[in-house]
Write a protein that binds this ligand. Sequence first.
Ligand SMILES: NC(=O)c1ccc[n+]([C@@H]2O[C@H](COP(=O)([O-])OP(=O)(O)OC[C@H]3O[C@@H](n4cnc5c(N)ncnc54)[C@H](OP(=O)(O)O)[C@@H]3O)[C@@H](O)[C@H]2O)c1
Length: 327
Amino acid sequence: MQTRPLGSTGERLFPLGFGCMGLVGWYGTRDDAEARATLLQAIDRGVNHLDTASSYQLGENERFVGATIRDRRNGVFLASKYGITRTPDGTLVIDNRPASLRTAVAQSLERLGTDRIDLYYLHRIDRTVPIEESVGALADLLREGKIRYIGLSECSVETLRRACAVHPIAALQNEYSLWTRDPEAGLLPVCRELGVTLVAYSPLGRGFLAGNFRRLEDLPPGDSRRSMPRFHDANAAHNARIAEGVRELAMRKGCTPAQLALAWVLAQGDDILPIPGMKTRAHLDDNLGALRVALSQTERDGLRALVDEIGVRGERYPAAMQRALGG
Ligand SMILES: NC(=O)c1ccc[n+]([C@@H]2O[C@H](COP(=O)([O-])OP(=O)(O)OC[C@H]3O[C@@H](n4cnc5c(N)ncnc54)[C@H](OP(=O)(O)O)[C@@H]3O)[C@@H](O)[C@H]2O)c1
């Protein structure tokens, strides 16, 4: 079985992880039976790295994942996160206070029905708490056996360096895909210097690069992508040219657009672990096929050039979430 290393931990994981965020909400419509079957089939096929978070559907996602893998826990590398919460009126709060982290880990363990979380991330960085304190608190939880490795998500280079000085950081989880290559500008080289794996989230551009939808109206009411500027009317119409280009190149290559988008991320290095989100067995099968798509340097460069020539329009997140990046 192909595997990739997780930072300097000695762990080796299947090259494709499983992003669980959309399994029971967030994107599209919900089908719990199919979502459960997809997750179990993924594990059967060797996908062992599952990614969830306490904020996903206010804990319901962790409960769903925990219940689904109850009899398979030992074959799974389970990642979760804390740091994004909301007040009752819906205001976004970033919280990395040590006491909150301790409570959050206890709650995630309970919801996941497990005695340890393999990889625990600060979901966003709380600029009011020194990173040394929050990573120090996670290191205490690690010594107590509640978590096994520590990760960060969407932080700055400086925060990553300071965190690594307190305790080894196994993974940085950032958005990374053909149309979101921001980590290349600073974080990815520093990850390589420090021996930190880049866990690439939204590697399919939230389904856009797979050609799933072209316009806001294609998304059902309540779909979270409706709030994201890249998918708003004029931006989506412009960005659709990128999805169309990916589709054409995929046809020429004899693969699907999703496979091409994932193969591109996989080809950026063995120290990158993409975690596509999928809630149907058809998408799972399709995505596993990306492992058989080998891209030449010319093809990789061609995909970069396609995106660069068209240019991506629109921020990744609504304003409050966008401001929470890079802490
Ligand atoms: N750290 C963070 O702040 C953060 C932020 C966002 C996401 N994440 C993590 O990253 C994971 C993945 O990101 P994501 O779910 O946002 O985006 P993604 O993986 O780029 O895209 C998911 C979307 O693509 C669709 N899709 C999957 N495979 C497909 C295929 N073969 N053909 C066509 N469409 C396909 C899915 O549809 P179906 O669902 O219908 O299968 C879903 O709508 C999340 O689940 C979460 O664990 C982390």
